[in-house]
Design a binder for this molecule. Sequence first.
Ligand code: GDP
Ligand code: MG
Length: 163
Amino acid sequence: MKPVLALVGRPNVGKSTLFNRLTQTRDAIVADYAGLTRDRHYGNGRQGRREFIVIDTGGFEPTAETGIYKEMANQTRQAVAEADAVIFVVDARAGLSAQDHDIANYLRKLGKPCVLTANKAEGMQEGAQLAEFYELGLGEVLPVSAAHGQGLRTLVDQALEPL
Ligand code: GDP
Ligand code: MG
């Protein structure tokens, strides 16, 4: 079985852009994988000889009580349950938010391998602006730019490394 990576993060941080970068073909593979549900957005990824599956998710609001947000949170929890590792995406430009803290708390309790990824980091000085994300207690922060295709090789390497 290929390892499964779930993209998790609040809305608008660039998960779907990242998904499109990491996957060449989409929605092609679900039928072959027992345990994966059809109502999420799956794609095939490949780096060198390693193949993997990526799950895109709607924005995650772990504390959402109602409506669409509750449904998105449920979808994300299920995606995370299916995944072997999580790519937690935050927005390097917007900075740390309360929602990021909520998601980090959820992921820490879960204990699955998790790579903390600061997207939209193109053209940014690494040190200063990313330092605040260490508060999330998930270790190293990896700067990437999904839109510009920067840092993605390292991201995939790190996500697959423990698997
Ligand atoms: P999602 O809601 O997390 O799936 O985020 P989207 O992938 O839909 O992206 C949200 C917005 O962020 C869009 O306007 C994207 O064009 C923009 N975006 C995504 N990745 C990057 C990036 O690497 N750099 C910049 N500057 N913008 C990005
Ligand atoms: Mg999206």
